[in-house]
Design a protein around this ligand. Structure first.
Ligand code: SF4
Length: 619
């Protein structure tokens, strides 16, 4: 990390040393951070980690929040939203009411609400199914662990069955609320009717195993101690190590309202909010995104948080009641243009996303796409950015954005480069295998020929590896299989006869197993054994319309960065490698398996691959 920090609080030095080495922070480290008055240094540390994970990107989503009812069988003491049946403020929405609030611009609907005493199970399943039917472009994020547990008890179905029926109806992710803070002391005092940490984790980890990723929140700023706040983060980090299914962490500032827990106008201070966001980014090294939820933080604090560790602003929300009933002061809905402006003013790239954090649109100039896997670290570790902004993005998405003219340059998947050769000009840099790579693998319990007619799940991130798989199946082994796209993040592999993984997910699967498959084929090695050629996975390219001096500058920046990266090949991947549980030696060995400069043999291999793809496509 190339960040120089002049600490005013010397206690922060050892914490920063650990962060720079990619080591995990402990409960004690978290308490040092919360106790420190040196907020700016804490923010700088968190921002350095944020940049390593998300580059200059800050995400937002065009979403609509729906709270179908405020009638709730529980009476949590911090909740100003719920009422009892018969109350003059009680409301209930029909599915038609819900559909009327949605439109074809919305990408995510976020549904949470009260635990209604009378609604039947079919109402919930029908709601999800009808939304998905009316708006196929939209992803449904619905029901907290509290609601899922309520359905499980009320309708007498196991948690997994509740989730299965909702998944089949179209539910794709879950919000993170419900546990508030994982402390039995606080739960007994403030919400003793509500589920505890154990049930919350049971629901979320069951969802993850079924291929439903989720989010996690922390409600802070009421009666919890710092130790309980940090303890909450550590329990989450531990669960994430097991499942990898949490997409984001959302610290939610407590809104006192009429709860009586704190005086009505005693909101958390901006310093407290920023510190909590920054500490979350530092403690939760395995959670991809930290959200600055502007509804509760206010626009002003949320915008500063984008340089304090947060890389997500949530979305347009389109009307939110729970926090506002408790006194939140932010505008009820924020227009997309306003979100884009706040993110741009913070010096970041506004990235419109879907529910899985796939980039849909980018609204900035001079954007460079960055493959976020360990194999590309030698290019990016010492890349001098100058006027450019870095967008870590899965290869397939980079191709889509380049097609829209939203990316100026990047390390493109070979297939995307082939598809856009007219608009993209290649540099002589890229990622090519020597023989095996370990990060593009096929996992199965069958040999290659046993896969004829079977279904192979393919990770949603790549075009080149999918084509390589197809070429190997059809041209090398004479096998036709059905390829079915899995989404990014957690997936239920038991739905498939084989799965293809790439990048860091593949490296972890090779190292840790636990996928349910016992055969693992390295696709680069399969190619090498067959063709005695390297395989080119990615190519650096820039838009042909860039001025010549800009292209020359990019060439020079890539070359200089790579020279340094290659000179440090023994160490340059150590921090990234640790995040995916590789030792520094394993990371170094992995990186040494690639060529980063594309010579004549690589060009020849590219031509051969192109010819084979054409043959597969006409067969
Ligand atoms: S917090 Fe949720 S479960 Fe508790 S009373 Fe409010 S709506 Fe009901």
């Amino acid at each position: 990390m190339n960040t120089n920090i002049h600490f005013r609080d010397k206690n922060l030095h050892p914490v920063w040393d650990k962060v720079q080495r990619g080591e995990r922070l402990t409960l004690q480290d978290g308490l040092i951070l919360f106790a420190s008055p040196d907020v700016i240094s804490i923010g700088k540390m968190a921002h350095a980690v944020q940049r390593m994970k998300s580059g200059d990107a800050v995400y937002y989503v065009v979403n609509q929040k729906i709270e179908p009812t405020n009638i709730c069988v529980l009476s949590c003491s911090f909740c100003d939203f719920a009422v009892k049946q018969g109350s003059p403020e009680a409301y209930e929405m029909t599915v038609a009411d819900i559909l009327a609030k949605l439109n074809s611009d919305v990408h995510e609907v976020h549904i949470t609400g009260g635990l209604h005493p009378d609604w039947p199970w079919e109402y919930y399943v029908g709601m999800v199914r009808d939304i998905k039917k009316a708006f196929p472009q939209l992803d449904v994020k619905a029901f907290t662990a509290v609601e899922i547990d309520f359905f499980h008890k009320k309708f007498k179905m196991p948690i997994a069955e509740v989730l299965r029926q909702l998944y089949d109806a179209g539910l794709r992710t879950m919000p993170g609320g419900g546990a508030e803070v994982f402390s039995e002391r606080v739960r007994k005092l403030l919400f003793n009717q509500k589920i505890g940490a154990k049930t919350w984790f049971d629901v979320h980890t069951t969802a993850h195993r079924m291929g439903i990723p989720s989010n996690a929140t922390l409600l802070y700023g009421h009666i919890e101690t710092y130790e309980e706040r940090v303890g909450h983060m550590l329990r989450l980090r531990e669960a994430q190590d097991q499942t990898g299914g949490f997409l984001s962490f959302i610290p939610l500032a407590f809104q006192p309202g009429d709860t009586g827990i704190k005086p009505k106008n005693e909101f958390t201070s901006a310093i407290e909010d920023l510190k909590t966001i920054a500490v979350s980014r530092l403690m939760l090294d395995n959670v991809p995104h930290i959200k600055a939820y502007w509804v509760m933080l206010t626009e002003e604090v949320a915008s500063v948080a984008l340089n304090f560790g947060a890389d997500d602003m949530d979305g347009t929300v389109g009307g939110e009641k729970i926090a506002h009933d408790a006194g939140a002061v932010s505008p009820m809905a924020m227009a997309k243009e306003k979100l884009v402006k706040i993110i741009t003013d913070a010096g970041k790239i506004p990235v419109e996303r879907d529910v899985y954090y796939n980039a849909l649109n980018v609204d900035a100039a001079n954007v460079i796409g960055q493959i976020p896997y360990l194999n590309s670290v030698p290019f990016y570790a010492h890349f001098e950015q100058r006027q450019f902004k870095m967008l870590p993005i899965a290869p397939r998405r980079m191709g889509v954005l380049a097609q829209k003219g939203q990316i100026d340059a990047g390390l493109f998947s070979l297939m995307d480069y082939f598809a856009q050769e007219e608009s993209l000009e290649a540099a002589r840099f890229g990622i090519a295998s020597r023989d095996q790579v370990k990060s593009v693998i096929l996992l199965t319990n069958e040999g290659w020929r046993g896969l004829h007619g079977k279904t192979i799940g393919i990770i949603d991130d790549t075009a080149t590896s999918v084509k390589l798989l197809q070429v190997l199946l059809e041209k090398k082994y004479g096998v036709k299989a059905n390829l079915e796209r899995m989404h990014a993040g957690v997936n239920d592999y038991s739905r498939y006869d084989a799965v293809m993984l790439i990048g860091d997910a593949a490296l972890r699967a090779v190292k840790e197993g636990g996928t349910g498959f016992y055969l693992c084929y390295d696709l680069a090695k399969e190619w090498y054994d067959w063709q005695k050629m390297p395989f080119v996975f990615a190519v650096w390219a820039y838009r042909r319309t860039l001025p010549p001096e800009r292209k020359a500058e990019l060439n020079e920046l890539i070359d200089t960065a790579l020279q340094r990266g290659e000179a440090e090949i023994e160490t340059v991947g150590a921090v990234h490698g640790r995040r995916i549980h590789l030792t520094p030696e394993e990371s170094a060995e992995f990186l040494q398996g690639f060529n980063y400069r594309l010579g004549d043999r690589e060009q020849e291999a590219m031509r051969l691959f192109k010819k084979l793809i054409e043959e597969v496509e006409v067969s």
